[in-house]
Design a protein around this ligand. Sequence first.
Ligand code: KG4
Ligand code: ZN
Length: 333
Amino acid sequence: MTGKRELILGIESSCDDTAIALVDRDGNVLGAEVATQELIHGAHGGVYPEFASRAHARSIIPAISKVLEVSGVTHRELRAIGVTRGPGLIGSLMVGLHAASGLGLGWGVPVIGVNHLRGHLRSADLEQRRVTYPAVILLVSGGHTFLAHMESPTEVRMLGTTRDDSVGEAYDKVARMLGLGYPGGPAIDRLAATGTANISFPRPMLGEGLDFSFSGLKSSVARYLEKNRDPVVADVAASFVRACLDVLIAKARLALATNKSSALIIVGGVAASPQLRAEAKSLTDEMGVDLCLPPLKWATDNGAMIALAAWDYVERGHYPAPIAQTRIPLSMM
Ligand code: KG4
Ligand code: ZN
């Protein structure tokens, strides 16, 4: 034992937050920093790509310096830099990729391009090994919604995906219709907890396999709001959330019933929803499998998940180039 720490610096800048973290090969997080852009985009009700890139450019080096300084880590302890290479906003991704490439060159550290979704897939193992494989994984983020089967941390087989909007996108759009601002997920959740699910919105594609569709549900909320000029907004939120959860839980149940699995993993920003967490717990208790969730702070976008996914590549001696691509099929990750 040499006593030398080996860490990966994770850099995530695919959307609206500059997120940095230092992670060891067991998933322990030694330091993390998020420069949030909530104030910048909140005023516009959504992410403004040019403002996002500029904010990343301002914060990225200070955020990296701060994480290293606060954790008392020097670049000599870095085994690699893991950086999100896509999917995401191209300008925002480029800021992270250029910072990572420059630092990697200067420090003599390899730079690994990590698919953002691959990061989410590994987030439930951060800070403690939680996941027992094989597992069914439900990814519910702002950009994606899918179900997959994982034989191991690196073997992913898609089971079903959304044909249009992701569930997080539907949350954000409905939040905007209800005047709740951006980001909408947490606001909808809080409001829904105070309302009654007494409006019957559709449950899209329920009973039709493992694919999802959320744009019809979102439109039906819009139509309801057009027809009802003085709605009880808490009831609209509660009814919308009920419809989303019914679909997510039913499809997770079907995936567990038809695929050999000892756990259900739920990751992505919507996995921060207390209601989804509670209903997933009832489901997994009923099915006799483990429920594996990321700690709340690692459910939404973060640098730690990117670093942990980069460790998987280091362990296999495979260093994917940190090139920017906005769309990479999961099978190529
Ligand atoms: O994974 P994520 O941070 O970013 C993407 O990769 O897209 O997910 C962001 C999404 C947003 O749609 C946001 O509204 C939603 O996650 N979200 C939530 C909660 N926190 C964030 N949705 C429901 N309940 C929450 N507590
Ligand atoms: Zn994400």
